[in-house]
Design a protein around this ligand. Structure first.
Ligand SMILES: *Cc1c(COP(=O)(O)O)cnc(C)c1O
Length: 440
């Protein structure tokens, strides 16, 4: 009992149980345990990873599956478009696969827009979200026409309008609004979004502008959301805002963008929530909205997080204050700690006679960084190495050549590993940044 109280005191999801680990294919169909240990899409990990350097493998097929599941669940009820948040993952193979599957993309900067274009996303499938845009970027967006522009705040509205007028353009825009009460992430001091009353005034202003084509509202105030009712609450308020605006103004909004902020898919499913639950809740919640709108979703974590796996060796074990630690070779310069439990660890082999115990799993950097506190793993996990889950969103994009070696990074597709970033590329980054050659 005391064990359970201790276990739930950490931030992040509950530790994977032994049953969940042993039948991991129920949570993540691309993983399974066989005679040769953990297998990835049926290929034993030991055949694709030699254990020397840590390895981050992205799985384009899973990302497409996550996108498709969301889109398919909402499609029966809505004219829905899913724009994947590119800031969570820049891996070309993953993005090209999503593009080929029909996904849209959400970008926050010129850098990201250039990347999206380069990978083949047509402007009509791009939404641009930003609190403020440099003029050069704004100008390019306006000239491209097809891009849907989210406007956050009065100053940005004035800027977009001013440049649209100057260029003789009339961009389609949505107004960003914070519909839910402030929470830990979107606190009172957040720079993002506007209060509903202010957003309403911006909607009026945009509707009356000769240089702006007001398309709708944009809400994104969910973080790691794993609550259907929270998702529905935001949708309800979006619907109420759209209904009130249409009634008073007579301008019907044709876009309702519910943003991103969903938890990763396998963690949602672990909590018993499938895409169909979210779609059913949205259908109910959006009933007050005037009909004829298009629904947009902007998932980042949901699409990308469980579409990658890290394999890492264990550099060392340590015992401290009665607690056993495993120190991985993969570090926080790739896997940033977002809570006490961010990246669920799995053993690489399961054997009949193994003892299981509690471990804290952490990286070797001289920072408070840790990967998962209070994991349940076999006692011999240290000699085997670990697989880490939920590593596909906001990891490689934010990787820095800092502190310790980055892992090799690449993609896994049709049983093949394709490494795009290895030790040589890391050396090249050092050379490019500092002009120093580390040698062999
Ligand atoms: C970051 C971001 C997203 C994606 O967020 P996730 O939490 O990864 O789903 C979607 N929309 C906007 C506006 C964002 O800033």
């Amino acid at each position: 009992m005391s064990d359970e109280i201790g276990a739930s005191a950490f931030s992040g999801p509950e530790t994977l149980s032994r049953t969940e680990i042993e039948s991991i294919e129920r949570l993540l169909p691309y993983l399974s345990y066989g005679r040769e240990g953990l297998a990835l899409e049926g290929i034993p990990v030991r055949r694709v990873w030699n254990g020397t350097r840590a390895l981050l493998l992205h799985l384009p097929r899973r990302a497409v599956d996550n996108y498709t599941a969301l889109k398919a669940a909402f499609s029966p009820f809505f004219d829905v478009r899913v724009h994947c948040a590119i800031k969570a993952c820049y891996v070309p193979e993953v993005l090209r696969a999503l593009c080929a599957a029909g996904a849209g993309i959400e970008v926050m900067s010129d850098l990201e827009w250039r990347l999206a274009r380069r990978l083949g996303f047509p402007d009509e499938r791009v939404v641009s979200d930003s609190v403020a845009r440099p003029v050069a970027h704004l100008e390019r967006l306006l000239r491209a026409q097809g891009v849907l522009i989210s406007v956050d705040g009065v100053r940005e509205l004035e800027r977009v309008e001013w440049h649209a007028r100057r260029l003789g353009m009339r961009p389609a825009i949505v107004i960003r609004v914070n519909l839910l009460p402030p929470d830990d992430f979107f606190c009172d001091h957040s720079k993002l979004g506007t209060e509903p009353a202010e957003a309403y005034a911006l909607l009026e202003r945009a509707a009356n502008s000769a240089h702006l084509d007001l398309a709708g509202v944009h809400a994104h105030q969910l973080v790691h959301c794993s609550s259907v009712s929270q998702f529905a609450a935001q949708a309800t308020r979006a619907a109420e805002l759209a209904a009130a605006f249409a009634t008073v103004q007579g301008t019907r909004l044709r876009v309702i963008n519910l943003g991103g902020g969903l938890e990763s898919r396998f963690l949602l499913e672990r909590a018993g929530i499938v895409c169909e639950d979210l779609a059913a809740a949205a259908r109910e919640a959006l009933k007050p909205a005037p009909p004829g709108y298009r629904l947009l979703l902007e998932p980042g974590r949901f699409v990308f997080a469980d579409a990658a796996v890290v394999f890492t060796g264990i550099i060392s074990e340590r015992r401290k204050s009665g607690q056993d630690w495993l120190v991985t070779s993969v570090a926080g310069n790739l896997l940033r700690p977002i809570r006490d439990r961010s990246y669920p660890p799995l053993p690489l082999t399961l054997a009949g006679g193994q003892q299981w115990q509690r471990w804290h799993v952490a990286d070797p950097s001289c920072t408070p960084s840790r990967l998962w506190l209070d994991a349940l793993l076999p006692s011999d996990a240290a000699s085997q190495g670990l697989a880490l889950l939920d590593v596909g969103a906001y990891t490689a994009v934010r990787a820095s050549v800092w502190g310790t070696e980055l892992p090799d990074m690449g993609t896994f597709h049709n049983g093949e590993v394709d490494i795009t970033f290895g030790r040589a590329q890391q050396t090249a980054v050092m050379r490019a940044l500092y002009g120093i050659d580390l040698g062999p």
